[in-house]
Design a protein around this ligand. Structure first.
Ligand SMILES: Cc1cc2nc3c(=O)[nH]c(=O)nc-3n(C[C@H](O)[C@H](O)[C@H](O)COP(=O)(O)O)c2cc1C
Length: 171
């Protein structure tokens, strides 16, 4: 059994989530490899695929969407799990709640991949990685900077994927 974990990341924090997912799968007996979407030609050699993207202005990154389109027919017969990484800040705040909405592209991604499910995980904003204009904009929204990734939730989700794949292969 082999699983591909492929995610689009602009500033690296979603890439770190990919690594944790792959390690959690491998620890549970599901060998997983991490590749950036640009490195993936064909998903058909994998039993399962975890496909994710950071969300910017409500959208998945173009590299992830290009893979969705490139994979076309090969998604059929694969088990696919989707995740997005984005929301930052206090969940009680309007802007953070708005960020937590499904990305605009999700219906298209679901339709193309036939994914089992989609999860939204918190993201990370380090002002040092942002261009000056975005840094200035961020300073207007207090409490948005920081690391909001929930590693327990990410590991728990990965464990569920490993269990589902073991269950299928045992049938
Ligand atoms: C300019 C900008 C726009 C963003 N837009 C959204 C958004 O619409 N929805 C969301 O959930 N997160 C949004 N975020 C938060 C990012 O998705 C979050 O920082 C994520 O962890 C970045 O992942 P990366 O480090 O892999 O690029 C935005 C961040 C920036 C800097």
């Amino acid at each position: 059994m082999a699983v591909l974990v492929t995610v689009a990341t602009k500033n690296g924090s979603t890439g770190e989530i990919a690594r944790v997912i792959a390690d959690a799968l491998t620890e549970r007996g599901v060998p997983a490899v991490v590749r950036s979407p640009e490195q993936v030609d064909d998903v058909s050699s994998f039993d399962g695929v975890v496909l994710g993207s950071a969300v910017y202005a409500g959208h998945w990154l173009p590299e992830a969407m290009a893979l969705v389109d490139r994979g076309s027919g090969a998604w059929v017969g694969r088990r696919v799990w989707l995740f997005s990484s984005g929301p930052v800040g206090d969940r009680a705040r309007w802007l953070t709640r708005k960020m937590s909405a499904d990305p605009v592209d999700l219906p298209r991604v679901r339709a193309a991949t036939g994914a089992v499910e989609h999860r939204m995980f918190g993201g990370k904003i380090d002002p040092k990685t942002l261009p000056v204009a975005q840094r200035v904009a961020l300073s207007l929204f207090r409490g948005m900077r920081g690391d909001f990734r929930d590693w327990n939730a990410i590991r728990g989700w990965s464990a569920g994927i490993a269990d589902a794949l073991h269950h299928t292969s045992a049938r």
